[in-house]
Design a protein around this ligand. Structure first.
Ligand code: RNT
Ligand code: ZN
Length: 414
């Protein structure tokens, strides 16, 4: 009997079917963010991430060109099991022959290389308008700005991004999620909380009024509690975004770094799915603030995945969103993505029917015992089998490939 076969029996005795879990894991798409490779800089303005998000560290090897970023992403793809989508920000537009287009002038052709890249690899694409790292967002206000010309600029950006998303969907044959996150906020106590929110609402209305093909595009709206430099007030708060989403048929997106520290996104999923057809996730790791540390195989991530599985995995659109520049960026990417896969596998290996029955019959003693003992079930054997079946390196096998790439490629990026 192989180690996997023995693990399969142990899980079966607990009520979990490892074969079903492996099959489900292999088919569930998780969208990989492109911005871990270059510290959220992109190719249009060359500015560091602004709007309350920050990348810290200066490990050598930041991708400086589309070619470098794509090569790095290819290595990530080789070292991670699971079905992936690729998540692009508008600031990653690729300009050729000296051409330049501002955010309110972007067209699908500026993203043709990304569409080619994804189509060649059989991946879907997701997209994000970039409402930060731009001269027009210098005071931290975009769609909620009191200045009409600023709002109009960003409204046009939003509309164009919906068009680019339609293009991505057509090119890849898969609907494109477009996530709206606006950093708009204030550093200190506002005199008017309603005004910016009303303007943001009107601006979003203006963007969506332009229309997009609902078969091709899945618009999502991401809330946030606060950011560095906008500590006092964020226009796109949880209530604002949830209210707007539910009223307008937009999918709510929850980023687990965007809430008060004792709130858990795992607890939000079941409520949201009672009222929204689908929800979207940004999975990250917050350390005292929305620090965007690399996603970990930790309690929080496992809890989020367990709830996603219990509430209906098809209705939860999962993406990564972390950026660490203090360690090898590709290793950060691969570690975070593999951890997401591990957390989802862990969730799929829970005997949820049995656990639920224990709760419903009030057997909380046994429920606790089972939940605790499942933590030390032979998970590693199932994970290793999954990597093997996906034709991807097991734990312990992939890091040398990154070290080799660092020596050959990354150190030369000065
Ligand atoms: C910022 C949001 C947002 C960004 C990306 C780059 O706090 O989480 O999703 O991280 O758009
Ligand atoms: Zn996010």
């Amino acid at each position: 009997m192989t180690r996997y076969e023995s693990a399969r029996e142990i899980y079966a005795a607990a009520g979990a079917d490892t074969e079903r879990a492996l099959a489900r894991l292999a088919e569930k798409e998780i969208s990989v963010h492109c911005w871990q490779g270059d510290d959220v800089v992109g190719f249009d303005c060359g500015l560091a991430a602004s709007g309350g998000i920050q990348t810290t560290g200066n490990y050598p090897g930041r991708a400086r060109t589309p070619e470098e970023l794509m090569a790095d992403i290819d290595l990530v793809l080789r070292l991670t099991p699971g079905k992936k989508r690729l998540n692009i920000h508008a600031s990653y537009a690729i300009f050729e022959n000296g051409e330049k287009a501002d955010r309110n002038e972007l067209e699908p052709r500026h993203f043709e290389k990304w569409a080619d890249f994804a189509a060649e690899r059989g991946m879907g694409l997701d997209f994000n308008p970039t409402f930060f790292s731009h001269p027009m967002a210098e005071d931290g206000l975009t769609l909620s700005s009191p200045k009409k010309e600023v709002r109009d600029f960003w409204i046009e950006h939003g509309r164009r991004c919906l068009k680019i998303a339609e293009y991505f969907a057509r090119r890849t044959g898969s609907p494109c999620l477009v996530n709206f996150w606006m950093p708009d906020g204030l550093k200190d106590r506002p005199a008017d909380r309603e005004g910016p929110r009303r303007r943001m609402k009107d601006s979003l209305d203006a963007i969506f009024a332009a229309g997009c093909d609902k078969e091709l595009v899945i618009p999502t709206l991401e809330s946030k509690v606060f950011g560095i430099g906008v500590e006092a007030y964020t226009a796109g708060s949880a209530e604002f975004c949830l209210g707007y989403s539910l009223k307008n048929g937009i999918t709510p997106l929850v980023d687990n770094g965007h809430y008060h520290p004792t709130e858990t996104v795992a607890d939000k999923i079941s409520s949201l799915l009672l009222f929204a057809d689908r929800i979207a996730l940004h999975v990250t790791r917050h350390m005292r603030w929305d620090s965007d540390h690399v996603a970990s195989f930790d309690d929080e991530t496992r809890d989020i995945m367990c709830e996603a599985v219990r509430c209906g995995l098809d209705r939860v659109l999962i993406a990564t969103d972390f950026f660490d520049a203090s360690i090898n960026r590709i290793s950060a990417w691969v570690t975070g993505y593999r951890n997401m896969q591990k957390a989802l596998l862990f969730a799929l290996l829970q005997p949820n029917t049995e656990l639920k029955a224990l709760q419903d019959t009030g057997d909380f003693t046994q429920l606790m015992v089972m939940q605790e003992e499942l933590k030390t079930a032979p998970f590693g054997e199932v994970w290793e089998e999954y990597c093997r079946r996906c034709g991807k390196p097991a734990d312990g096998e992939w890091f040398p490939r990154i070290e080799e790439y660092e020596e050959k490629v990354l150190v030369n990026r000065k």
